[in-house]
Design a protein around this ligand. Sequence first.
Ligand SMILES: *[C@@H]1O[C@H](CO)[C@@H](O)[C@H](O)[C@H]1NC(C)=O
Ligand SMILES: *[C@@H]1O[C@H](CO)[C@@H](O)[C@H](O)[C@H]1NC(C)=O
Ligand SMILES: [Zn+2]
Length: 378
Amino acid sequence: MSRAALRVTLLLLAALGRPGAGSEHDEEHGGQDNPSSREKGPGHSHWSYEDREHWGVDYPDCAGTVQSPINIDTAKTIFSPQLRPIQLSGYSLPANEKLKLRNNGHTVLLELPESLAITGGYAQQYRAVQLHLHWGSPSGPGSEHTVNGHRFAAEIHVVHYNTKYDSFKEAMVHPDGLAVLGAFLEVGPRENPYYQEILEHLYKIQREGEEVLVPGFNIAGLLPANLKLYFHYNGSLTTPPCYQTVKWTVFNQTMLLSHDQMSMLVMSLRNDDSKPLQNNYRMIQDLHRRRVLSSFQTTLFSVKQLPPGSDSSATTEGQSSSSFHAGDVLAVLFGVLFAITALAFLLYIYKHRSQNARLDSPTKSKVIYTAATTENTA
Ligand SMILES: *[C@@H]1O[C@H](CO)[C@@H](O)[C@H](O)[C@H]1NC(C)=O
Ligand SMILES: *[C@@H]1O[C@H](CO)[C@@H](O)[C@H](O)[C@H]1NC(C)=O
Ligand SMILES: [Zn+2]
């Protein structure tokens, strides 16, 4: 059975190869410990991951219906060709530009200069403010988003705000205020030199509130090389105050870190209780009526997946077997759409023909007249 099955097997083997793995207890487990990124919330509120089921009491938005993170079910995403590649500008920073790297008790956060921006892929321009990471523990992964029920080792979030607002703080309360770029981190065979620029400093900021200045580097190296393939949906900050003002981009390509680097990320920091800062991710949130768009075709070419009984709610590695089916339905749908469009087009042509038959000569002479005028005034 196909590449999918093979891949699952490999992942399982990989998981078993790690200490304490094998079970997906991170759901209960992740509830403990602290923080993740407060994506820079107001003030210095006290919330923790132990408490994450009750965030809604102090922060009403956390109980809303447009929350993040979510599980991305690739069989249900909607292919949207108008989602253009994400374009980054100003992301390459010289080493003499120093950036603040901080342990805020919830995550490690790198402050970014305002020169970094998203200049393509979104309808508006967004300016970067900070990036941070979410991770698990030695015994389990800790990405926030999941794909077909699969949780990745870790996740990076690069937080931006709409340039039509004066500041991040102002933007964060508006529906079109924020854009976060997210990418998954996995263990690979090699050391990742871009992530090393952050990881090698973590030992200096083990305690909450500690910070260090790090030399600038190419921040884009922390994100996938392929910025064309991504998922897009409307969601929220994944930490209090959970404002529902984030237009999310989650890349399909993952980032690879060495095993040692991943350990460094998971083991280096402590939270405000001086306990290991681990499992700083939030549980996935209900989609409610939201749609998740994809910039690429996820289903048409996918091999049929695992066995029976999969119901596409996908809580494990095994995914929905409905992708092929979805592909067929899509094909028919597009066929019908095409037919309607063609018909409309013919009608349009037909109508204009009869109109133009009357207007033809006047229109033409008008064009010539305009051109001549332009020349005279130039
Ligand atoms: C996100 O919300 C905006 C504003 O309501 C809407 O126009 C857009 O279609 C939504 N995006 C998705 C992917 O649903
Ligand atoms: C990327 O897209 C493929 C095709 O739909 C899917 O099988 C895979 O799980 C996706 N991975 C991520 C990280 O989005
Ligand atoms: Zn985050």
